[in-house]
Write a protein that binds this ligand. Sequence first.
Ligand code: PEP
Ligand code: MG
Length: 747
Amino acid sequence: MAERGETESRKLLGRLRDAMAGDDAGQARLDKITHLIASSMGCEVCSIYLFRDDETLELCATEGLNKAAVHQTRMRLGEGLVGRVAKRRQVINTPDAPNARGFRFMPETGEEIFSSFLGVPVQRLGEALGVLVVQSKQAREFTADEVYALEVVAMVLAEMTELGAFVGEGAAMSARHSQPVMLRATVGQEGAAEGHVWLHEPRVVVSNPINDDPERELERLKTAVEELRVGVDKMLEIAGAGDKDQQEVLEAYRMFANSKGWMRRMEEDINRGLSAEAAVEKEQSLARARIGQSTDNYLRERLSDLDDLSNRLLRILTGQGSDTGAELPSDPILVARNIGPAELLEYGRSLRGIVIEEGSVGSHAAIVARALAIPLLVRAERITTEALNGDHIMVDAEQGIVHLRPEDTVVTAFRDKIAMLAAAQERYASIRDKPAETLCGARVGLQMNAGLMADLPSLHGSGAEGVGLFRTELQFLVRNQMPRRSELVQLYARVLDAANGQRVVFRTLDIGSDKVLPYMKPNDEPNPALGWRAIRVGLDKPGIMRMQLQALIRAAAGRPLTVMFPFVAQFEEYTEAKFILDKTLAAEKRLGHVLPSTIEVGAMLETPSLAFAPRKFFEQVDFLSIGGNDLKQFFFAADRENERVRRRYDTLNVSFLTFLEGIIQRCAETKTTLSFCGEDAGRPIEALCLAAIGLRNLSMRPASIGPVKNLLRRSNLEEVRGLISAARESGQMSVRPAVMEWLRRQS
Ligand code: PEP
Ligand code: MG
């Protein structure tokens, strides 16, 4: 039976290919295809619905329904049986369609007389393109074999759609990848850039989804899978015994590469007439659709493994390695589903902009992009399916918009914007060596945040007065293994050399939460942000902390050293950390190393609890730095990584400002130096308010120093203080509207 089904499928695909080979225009081809499918499956009706836009499906061709309904009948995603197939990306097979859940009567098509309904999604690599439907008068459920056959045809349709086979006169649909597209995304690093798309993982183009010779295709698949297996085994060997996590992933790969079910399904697809590539893609599409629906993290990860493996297999089959022969454009804008910090660093400053489909603002890739001052957008849904290598692209990382293949009017407006931004940059450059002194005479120290060697040239270029936060964990995060002490010594020494006598605040390792070292076993914690992180790891595993402190002491080699402990929640944690530092200093001295000429030790205030620490704590620390990113998330109980709640609470919320004022007050009483080093310090309006409530040191991304200084120099803090008091008295939630209005009046 299966074999008969296979032969039938193959015959149908053969006819489809012949239909495609003719000179017909897009619509005629679609019409022919519906005719072929209906007759081959013994059904009265075959219809093809394709997406007009994200939410709307349109009847694009039919055999058996009223032809006048073509391009007239539309339905929304989720509406009617067809809409449900598209929405759930699942087959619907029913002998009694009019009584099936979700059925919608469409009089214009004459549909009510057809009882049986079989609809399968047309999708390519998880991207829904439409729905393929067959219907018949006779009430019957379609057999598993028929369902399979229709899925195979849907796969071929998807590939043909991708290849633009249905475009043309009386167009069934517009050419994919040729229309302008505008996507919304989240800003990871502000800026604007124009350039050409460079896909981190180029799409594999399957030029022939149908095979003539199943034996040959089966052989090709077998050889490719063999090559894949050997490759995975080699990777396992290289990963070695030391790297448990990487090994686990590779073991999962190996499991899939040897999976009989996976192989069997692909073989069956080939026997039904698909080419080896199309068979791999069909499986990959199913896996991607399941990723989209699964809420189980483990399953999602495994399905992602399968996705990655399928990509590798496709590259082997098509000979399109990650090196497709395409040349990096001179103005590349990187487009990726996701990218790791190390890979991003490899591209370095050659990139004009970065657009990531997944990712988050707090991810490490985002931190690297910020360090490199490259405009970055994350969560640009569909970008990897919409963009092709070499497409013209404009990244508006001020508004959070991507323009792909933009129209001329958009191009002109966008270029004006870039010119305005460039003019602003010139203005900032002109005040680079001037102090951030307000109209009322307050002097605010502006330092920069850093973490990579790539940041250091900005120390001079941005006009920063030293490094207020050096995130040492970035060096640990971008590697595949724990860096050795000697490497760290060299690195920290280079940082101090580059700073040329300016103060650098080295924050000890802040790992945990979202910063999981690739070579350390991740802790399965229900709430990692509240979990085993930063100083908690440092105190529980003092070996790593000691090693890092030694490296810092040796790198200073007689120069001043500033050390800051992250995420201190109570006085004792600081005391314990300081004790480890003192012991390390003593041991270093015994070993004959030159000690730093001076040593300042401070803590980050990132949990509300520390604001209420005993006075003694404030007296003992040399300085405190408010880590506003974490402090704000704990103050409002709103996850900084969760896009849904992150924006809900404004930094300029009067309660939060009042809380910060309390910290400033306590530091003033004990004469403790205080700074603020969260992302908000780099946002001009926020920085202005922070200065107004009394902060005199702000540490931020280098690119923010110009805009912040520019605003501070034009402002009178007394007036801003007045606005804050007024907002507080009148019960306003946030001072932002008042400050914005005040700024508008100023300009
Ligand atoms: C902060 O929490 O504000 C901070 C500067 O530290 P990080 O963003 O590295 O957690
Ligand atoms: Mg923090």
